[in-house]
Design a protein around this ligand. Structure first.
Ligand code: FMN
Length: 212
């Protein structure tokens, strides 16, 4: 891909305010977007999050009420809720290290060592710190999804304007040791979205990128 094409796609994308409710993503594109999100990087590879694809129309209506009634929640083709683990359990670390270790033909000793060092690293953080750390990893995957969507000419809106407590209740996330963080809605912009032709505002390079 040429630089110009890449930057063109990133300039084309914007936080879509009004989606065309009649246009739906095809399954292949949707699966590609979910797979790109899954392939995102995370610290130590622990993936301390879940991506919740909410398909149920009724549930989306309920969530909209707890999203400041932002219409993207119900008008977009699809919505993904990003949720982070409240804390990282020993089971999570063991499952990660065992599955990864087997895939990569590690010895039992290597796997045990990895479990021990990962637990030691995670245990340095208290529960609040673990949730913050997990959330940071989840946000990286949101970024991956947004950039991938742009490259596939899919419109998206990252959305933090939600009531996470209500989301957790409706999606029953507490039982899964998860807390919701934000949403990405996906689909196609409406021709009536006044935001689509607004100039993109970013601070100039010299202000954002520091060279030392
Ligand atoms: C974490 C995050 C949360 C956001 N929450 C909302 C939101 O709830 N509703 C909304 O319309 N836009 C939301 N935005 C969109 C931003 O306002 C938008 O990305 C920013 O103004 C830059 O504009 P652009 O993305 O269109 O280039 C959010 C963006 C991010 C990254």
């Amino acid at each position: 891909m040429e630089s110009q094409e890449l930057l063109g796609a990133l300039n084309w994308r914007y936080a879509t305010k009004k989606f065309d409710p009649n246009r739906k993503l095809d399954l292949k594109t949707l699966n590609t977007l979910l797979e790109a999100t899954r392939l995102s990087a995370s610290s130590m590879g622990l993936q301390p999050y879940k991506f919740i694809h909410v398909k149920d129309v009724g549930v989306r209506e309920s969530l909209k009420e707890h999203s400041f009634n932002q219409t993207q929640i119900t008008d977009a083709s699809d919505m993904i809720v990003f949720a982070a683990l409240n804390s990282i359990s020993d089971e999570h670390i063991e499952q990660y290290a065992r599955t990864e270790g087997e895939l990569r033909n590690r010895t039992e000793e290597q796997i045990e060592r990895k479990i021990k060092s990962t637990k030691a690293y995670v245990d340095r953080m208290n529960a609040d710190e673990q949730f913050i750390w997990n959330s940071k990893q989840a946000y990286i995957s949101m970024g991956t999804l947004l950039s991938t969507a742009a490259l596939l000419n899919v419109d998206a809106c990252p959305m933090e304007g939600i009531n996470p407590k209500e989301y957790d209740r409706i999606l029953q996330l507490e039982a899964l040791n998860l807390r919701s963080l934000a949403v990405v809605t996906l689909g196609f912009r409406s021709s009536e979205d006044a935001y689509s032709d607004q100039s993109k505002f970013r601070f100039p390079k010299g202000q954002i990128i520091k060279t030392i």
